[in-house]
Design a protein around this ligand. Sequence first.
Ligand SMILES: Cc1ncc(C[n+]2csc(CCOP(=O)(O)OP(=O)(O)O)c2C)c(N)n1
Length: 187
Amino acid sequence: MYGYEIIQELATLLSGEEIIVSSNGNISRQVYNYCKQPQIYLRGSMGLPISVGLGVALARPEKQILTILGDGNLLMGLGSLSTISYVRPSNLKILIIDNGVYATTGHQATTSGTLNYTALLDGFGLPNIVPIQRNDAVESIKEKIQLWLDAPELNILPALVDAKPPTLSNIPLHPEEIAMLQKHSKT
Ligand SMILES: Cc1ncc(C[n+]2csc(CCOP(=O)(O)OP(=O)(O)O)c2C)c(N)n1
């Protein structure tokens, strides 16, 4: 399965009330195209989605915050896993879309191939779901996403996926307009 298909599956399971914080590049473009509610699309700020998601979770305790990021972004901000384990906001969930490459910038390989997600997340003391595997059946993928969404506390779902990107254009919004989406969603 490809990363964008995981986001499409997720979109069918959302209530529309969640806030999604998505990593720069392809993943934000996919969230913009496939998920309906106003989102926080990160631009350029690689490595920061976990930290930004933490801030949003603390600022909006009444909302479910879903942070979606690529393996390149995860590896660049790995220390932030320790911070979220320590702070532990119960309204924060993280989905890692690991395609093994920096797809947005031309498919250069990342170093995630040797990563054992369960060991990594257990080591940080972070509750996690058994990773989605490339050859998982669609039903099993849906079940894992639902389990992750229904978790009563902080939870991480790694998804190992194939690397083909869909061709999507840039999000036609300025950062100020993205910030306004959130202001409007407060009312
Ligand atoms: C500090 C920094 N380095 C490099 C970039 C260029 N860049 C933008 S997106 C991206 C790839 C992100 O990879 P990943 O998080 O795995 O997501 P994917 O593109 O595979 O969906 C890179 C290298 C950047 N924006 N910031």
